[in-house]
Write a protein that binds this ligand. Structure first.
Ligand SMILES: *Cc1c(COP(=O)(O)O)cnc(C)c1O
Length: 467
């Protein structure tokens, strides 16, 4: 499989190339040159497969030329054999129409594990082939950092430096990073905000002193391999609910547009998806774009769903490219003007292509709390607030679906990751699952770094390559 950039001028790369590159050299994002398609018979033949086997079947066309079927299958068994639930992503029924797809059974209790655990193994495989090493530098406001650290801890060819704003991530999130004791894991508590930490990381990627000695890599959701891994659970859930004979709808708590774009990919591959509901909190740039064609960025309002507090959704560019007719030069121009003015109107083709499959809704904090209360009272389910945003949107738009279409809300985090917001909504404090239960008993390790860029850079340069 070859991959092309959404901005049209970076070279096409194979799967190994896009996995290691992350962002394309023209500033665009990589997408497959064409969508692989499964016929109804091929989808029917996936019924009953265990998750690792299904994952290998669904991802095979995307990795063709870079991994053999046997290599891919071995990686999938290694990665998904260790999740906290045998089904990996189990479905739970809420009522006649509503279902939850639990994506939080990985090591850090959020859906990001499903993709990052795979990405860690892919890095190790491809780096071994090239006899190279990779230094990952990232900034996190919570979920991505812990999932990335857990994904690469103990790997031989990868090391990770994760910057978090000191005192500004939750105790659970910090401990999920700082209690991981592996020689290739470095936690840096930075003086300042998440934006400061993020600015340091971006600057390292253009700093010759750093780039001259380290092979720097990133793990954010612009990496194609992460989206590919997320396509699998749309297949797993739709098959259980009757696909390919029956269509299924999804509501997806959305921030960077990665998880819901994976649903779009599943539909392109032939999975009968009736609708994808993009659920946002009050940071609703995507809801405005999809409902009114207005994609304009404002400031970020902090909410009880921090992983969805975004100004701009990087993966939305992939939809604009595909739905808008795959014109890289035109999109590069559109994105340049967006970067200058922080606003754009979707073209008719982009708006039309998006509205064929997507709908959207936004939930404020009162509405989110109400969804948590409903799930608790009506179905005995304790949800995390991100999932609550998704369920609110699902209930708001359920009446627009044809009768009999099951509506699946993606449960993106375990409620124990956000205990305060859950307790405020339903009066019950969720406990951490037993498998991470001694999180508060383990020793932490992190370096405290001043707020200036040089301090962060010197720490990375001083500690890289010693594992
Ligand atoms: C990252 C995250 C999201 C947003 O997912 P995107 O792929 O960025 O749209 C939603 N919920 C939780 C819990 C997350 O960690």
């Amino acid at each position: 499989m070859q991959y092309v950039s959404t901005r049209g001028s970076a070279p096409a790369l194979d799967f190994e190339g896009v996995t290691l590159a992350g962002l394309a050299s023209d500033g665009g994002l990589y997408v497959p040159a064409e969508w692989p398609r499964f016929g109804a018979d091929e989808i029917r033949a996936m019924r009953g497969l265990a998750y690792p086997d299904l994952a290998a079947r669904v991802m095979a066309p995307f990795v063709a030329g870079s991994l053999s079927d046997e290599e891919l299958l071995a990686i999938c068994h290694k990665v998904y054999g260790d999740f906290g639930h045998a089904a990996v992503t189990p479905l739970v029924q809420l009522d006649q129409q509503h279902w939850l797809l639990e994506l939080f059974h990985g090591p850090t209790l959020a859906f990001k594990d499903v993709a990052l655990q795979l990405l860690g193994r892919l890095f190790e495989t491809f780096l071994a082939r090239a006899d190279e090493r990779l230094t990952i530098v990232g900034a996190t406001s919570g979920d991505t950092g812990s999932a990335a650290i857990q994904a690469v801890a103990g790997l031989e060819r990868v090391e990770i430096f994760m910057l978090h704003p000191r005192g500004r991530v939750s105790d659970v999130q910090r401990r999920q990073m700082t209690t991981v004791r592996a020689p290739n894991v470095h936690n840096l508590a930075i003086e300042g905000s998440f934006d400061d930490a993020q600015a340091h990381v971006k600057r390292m990627f253009t700093d010759r002193q750093v780039m001259g000695v380290l092979n720097l890599g990133a793990v954010n959701s612009i990496n194609w391999a992460r989206l590919m891994a997320q396509v699998v659970y749309y297949f797993a859930s739709a098959l259980q609910l009757g696909a390919p004979e029956r269509t299924v709808a999804y509501s997806v708590p959305t921030g960077n547009f990665g998880d819901v774009f994976a649903g779009y990919v599943a539909a392109k591959m032939g999975l009968p998806i009736e609708r994808l509901i993009v659920a946002t909190n009050v940071n609703d740039i995507l809801h405005r774009a999809l409902s009114a064609g207005d994609y304009s960025a404002g400031g970020v309002t902090p909410t009880i769903t921090p992983s969805m507090d975004i100004q701009v959704s990087s993966n939305f560019e992939r939809l604009l490219f595909d739905a808008g007719g795959r014109d890289g030069a035109a999109l590069a121009e559109q994105m340049r003007s967006f970067e200058a003015s922080k606003a754009m109107q979707l073209t008719n083709a982009q708006a039309g292509g998006a509205s064929a499959l997507f709908a959207s809704a936004r939930a404020d904090q009162v509405e989110t709390a109400r969804a948590l209360q409903w799930a608790w009272r009506a179905a005995g389910q304790v949800l995390d607030p991100h999932t609550g945003v998704g369920l609110y949107a699902a209930q708001a738009l359920a009446g627009t679906l044809p009768a009999g279409v099951p509506l699946v809300t993606l449960a993106t985090a375990h409620p124990a990751k956000f205990p305060d917001a859950v307790e405020r909504a339903i009066g019950l404090r969720p406990a951490l699952p037993a498998r991470v239960g001694d999180l508060f008993g383990r020793a932490e390790s992190f370096a405290e770094i001043g707020g200036d860029y040089a301090a962060a850079r010197d720490y990375v340069l001083g500690h890289a390559g010693q594992a």
